[in-house]
Write a protein that binds this ligand. Structure first.
Ligand code: GLV
Length: 309
């Protein structure tokens, strides 16, 4: 039976081409082409229409088209027996690491302020920070967070990480659990959020936690918009406690016109592009999971439904 794509966001042709390249035998179709919903066993999804999976009684597995699965987990109509898998891809992790470096360096060197000065022909130099002076804290110490932390450490930053659980020991200082959040936040200059969005992490960057960061700290959110309480972030920047933020993800995307983030001079905005899944890089693992799902084998990168990621 076919591998079916449910996405109203991604252009599907590159996905179909990459999946067919990975396995020419598999029939790949989009959900609007399905005639008999009983025959659908495997779905590839990104922002699927809510509730639609209820119509597919034999669905064994839903694969996210990206690393995040919150777009699937927040749909209350995912059948109990359906397994969920996510993408784990070295390219995705590296893209996030390189993007993190870019936004942190932009902040340290104040490059945006020079672009604004250029618009007014202003020749003015400002002091800058060096890598050796900056402590970066990565929130989320799973596959992606670990990679980003190790990459920034290899560039010379002092790096620490915070996660739900202790995880495996790494080369950088680890904190975990609610009890250690204050200590973690209290000693960093730049916070990079790479957490999965779950009921436990929603709103984790709020007035109380952001105020635990030292004066002048900078916030980078590459996780999900739901991690940040927007108004709390703005008020801590406006009060001078935080120096600014670079945000790639938002509660509602596209970020609505008129949202206060757009006009805020200390907030950088990018349109959820820190990492874009490359279909040709991830197609082999999707095809492998398709095969495993239809033959009842253990899946790669299966989400723990009780944890939400
Ligand atoms: C991007 O946000 C992803 O989840 O891959």
């Amino acid at each position: 039976m076919a591998l079916v794509i449910f996405s109203n966001v991604h252009k599907v042709t590159p996905w179909i081409d990459a999946l067919k390249e990975a396995d020419p035998e598999i029939e790949v179709i989009t959900h609007d082409q399905i005639k008999d919903k009983h025959k659908v066993l495997f779905a590839l999804a990104w922002n699927h229409p809510r509730g639609i999976f209820r119509e597919y009684p034999n669905l064994k597995c839903i694969s996210s088209m990206g690393a995040g699965v919150d777009h699937i987990m927040t749909d209350p109509d995912i059948p109990e027996q359906t397994k969920i898998v996510r993408i784990v891809d070295p390219l995705l992790s590296q893209d996030l690491a390189e993007f993190s470096l870019a936004v942190v360096m932009n902040h340290m060197r104040g490059l945006t302020s020079y672009r604004l000065r250029k618009e007014q022909s202003i020749w003015k130099r400002s002091r800058y920070k060096r890598i050796a002076d900056v402590k970066v804290g990565v929130m989320g110490t799973g596959v992606i967070g670990n990679h980003v932390a190790a990459f920034l450490q290899s560039c010379g930053f002092t790096v620490s990480g915070w996660g739900r659980s202790p995880g495996s020991p790494g080369t950088y200082k680890r904190y975990h659990g609610a009890d250690q959040l204050k200590d973690f936040l209290g000693e960093i200059n730049v916070l990079i959020c790479l957490l999965p969005l779950t009921p436990q992490t929603r709103g984790i960057l709020n007035h109380e936690t952001l105020a635990m960061l030292p004066q002048g700290a900078f916030v980078v959110n590459l996780g999900r918009g739901g991690h940040v309480v927007d108004q709390d972030l703005i008020s801590l920047i406006d009060s001078g406690h935080l120096s600014g933020a670079s945000l790639d993800v938002f509660e509602k995307e596209p970020l609505p016109v008129g949202h206060p983030f757009w006009a805020h001079p200390a907030i950088e905005i990018t349109p959820h592009m820190a990492s874009l899944t490359a279909p040709e890089s991830v197609a082999p693992q999707i095809v492998e999971n398709y095969r495993r799902a239809i033959t009842g084998q253990e899946l790669l990168n299966q989400v723990k439904r009780e944890l939400g990621y």
